[in-house]
Design a protein around this ligand. Structure first.
Ligand code: FAD
Ligand code: NDP
Length: 486
């Protein structure tokens, strides 16, 4: 006989996806509980409710990126007539971290309140599955309880991964799980890795005045349009960030004064250098290892990512998974949130809508920001063939950059990739200021199937950077990517 279950839905993980699903399910009348427990980083950093984005991801990253951008604007302020601005004033890390951390704590508190008000039972406990309906919960004192639920959602996200060739690496380096909570400026920093996290963190650390080197194993921003990835690298180099290409750390050791001696080899030649801090940003692993998933029958790939169908079902029919811990999903907060809300609607409101990952916009918050939607040029060629697409491109300079002539005029770039047969815009790329704000609205048009001719017939807002996208006419391979007009 089926004993009545305590909850209609039990959510494991109070990050972007888990919180969104739990709140929506409760709003629809389901009896919901959520467990969130933060395992401290190997250096002991811990944080509160809200998951990666709020505590050690998007939020602190964007605030620190903003801090760096403000520093860059000091020259512009002087040239625009502000009289007491000092272009060489120093940045106070402690002040920034205090404000960032206080903001995060407010968000942690807000999430707890939302759960309480929304009637979601919150357990600050580590969850593990016992069977397909039973969850074991352990608190930080080791106290254990079990609960039962009809449906279980796994939304445990991921944690930074470490290169496996360096002895004791977890005690020698920091990751993004530590950076945003450091009480002292990390100083001269080596960033290992060359994707989102590495370039964003390296970018803002340099922007606030630190010496930064980025160690690149192969290419910048794998999976993104490589013409633009290289332009980002060039811009960062021009700003004074050093790229060490074609290598990985061979050894990292602590010196007597607690700095880090890093050794690497390029073309058989050995190099070594002392850094105050090494920040490892070499990707993330899904946090599924200790959930007991294999025993319960939830299938995963060899990297521990959960295998799900389009309706977020795992191999066990009443167990679902969303967000960063699922194979093949973009690792982004808005996709995890939307996916969680849609799942709640399907479970408790008879809805049928599935999450669509087509034309999801994203922005990389490097010193010069990069927003994109849809195909990179490489992927468009691979999928449709070079003769089936037309690439439009334009180099432009934001009007505001004309106060301070030292801004590089060749840096900002727009690219549209268009399918020849129906003229649909399938790739949108913007490299320039405020990329997130510029890109978001275009994602609506792309989802609706906008054509190049509809871009052309749209009247721009002058003078903006965004208008570049509705004015781009130069065809790559035929015309120079130069801007016309005022
Ligand atoms: P998470 O937010 O990671 O939440 C999972 C939660 O589950 C965590 O709180 C974890 O402690 C908890 N948990 C794990 N195991 C258990 C267990 N056994 N029991 C109880 N609780 C458990 N995305 C963007 O869209 N924009 C950005 O600008 C952006 N910047 C980023 C910057 C950095 C440095 C990083 C690392 C990521 C960034 N991301 C960004 C990605 C974004 O943070 C993630 O995609 C998003 O947080 C994933 O949400 P999630 O719900 O899948 O998991
Ligand atoms: P990624 O998996 O995207 O990139 C990992 C990087 O580390 C690559 O450059 C990779 O190089 C390199 N690397 C991997 N292993 C090693 C090694 N052993 N030694 C040296 N280099 C190595 O990871 P990220 O941590 O940057 O980002 C994770 C996810 O978080 C992203 O997919 C993204 O969705 C999300 N995110 C989103 C942001 C946003 O929206 N703005 C910001 C930050 C993160 P190689 O190319 O050679 O494999």
């Amino acid at each position: 006989m089926d004993v009545e279950k305590q909850y209609d839905l039990f959510v494991i993980g109070g990050g972007s996806g888990g919180l969104a699903c739990a709140k929506q399910a409760a709003k629809l009348g389901a009896k919901v509980a959520l467990a969130d427990f933060v395992k401290p980083s190997p250096l002991g950093t811990k944080w509160g409710l809200g998951g990666t984005c709020v505590n050690v991801g998007c939020i602190p990253k964007k605030l620190m990126h903003f801090a760096a951008t403000l520093g860059e604007l000091r020259h512009d302020q002087v040239e625009a007539g502000w009289v007491d601005t000092q272009v060489d004033s120093k940045h106070n890390w402690e002040k920034m971290v205090e404000n960032v951390n206080n903001h995060i704590r407010k968000l942690n508190f807000g999430y707890k309140n939302q759960l309480m008000r929304g009637d979601v039972k919150y357990y600050n406990k580590l969850a593990e599955l016992i069977d397909a309906n039973t969850i074991k919960l352990t608190d930080n004192k080791g106290q254990i309880e079990t609960v039962t639920a009809k449906n279980i959602l796994i939304a445990v996200g991921g944690r930074p991964s470490y290169p496996d060739n360096i002895p004791n690496i977890q005690k020698l380096v920091i990751t993004s799980d530590d950076l945003f909570w450091l009480q002292e400026n990390p100083g001269k920093t080596l960033v290992v890795g060359a994707s989102y996290v590495a370039l964003e963190c390296g970018g803002f650390l340099h922007g606030i005045g630190n010496e930064v080197a980025i160690m690149v194993r192969s290419i910048l921003l794998r999976g993104f349009d490589q013409e633009i990835a290289e332009k980002i690298g060039l811009y960062m180099e021009e700003k004074g960030i050093r790229f060490i290409r074609g290598c990985v750390p061979d050894m990292i050791e602590a010196t007597e004064d607690n700095k880090r001696k890093v050794t690497w080899i390029i073309n058989g030649q050995k190099y070594e250098e002392i850094f105050d801090t090494v920040l490892v940003a070499t990707g993330r692993v899904s946090d599924t290892q200790k959930l007991n998933l294999e025993k319960v029958g939830v299938n995963m790939n060899k990297n521990g990512k959960i295998l799900c169908s389009a309706d977020d079902k795992t191999s066990v029919p009443n167990i679902f998974a969303i967000g960063d811990c699922v194979e093949g999903r973009p690792e982004l907060t808005p996709t995890a949130i939307k996916c969680g809300q849609l799942l709640a609607n399907r479970l408790f409101n008879k809805a049928t809508e599935l999450m669509s990952y087509e034309f999801v916009a994203t922005t990389v918050f490097t010193p010069l920001e990069y927003g994109c939607i849809g195909y990179s040029e490489e992927d468009a060629i691979k999928k449709f063939g070079e003769d089936k697409i037309t690439v439009y491109h334009s180099i432009f300079k934001p009007l505001e950059w004309n106060y301070f002539e030292m801004h590089s005029g060749e840096s900002c770039f727009a690219k549209l990739i268009v399918l020849n047969d129906n003229r649909r815009v399938i790739g949108f790329h913007y490299l320039g200021p405020h990329a997130g704000e510029v890109t978001q609205g275009y994602a609506v048009a792309m989802k609706m199937g906008v054509t190049k001719e509809q871009f052309d017939s749209t009247v721009g807002i002058h003078p903006t950077c965004s208008e570049e996208l509705v004015q781009v006419t130069a065809v790559k391979g035929i015309d120079e990517a130069q801007k016309e007009g005022c």
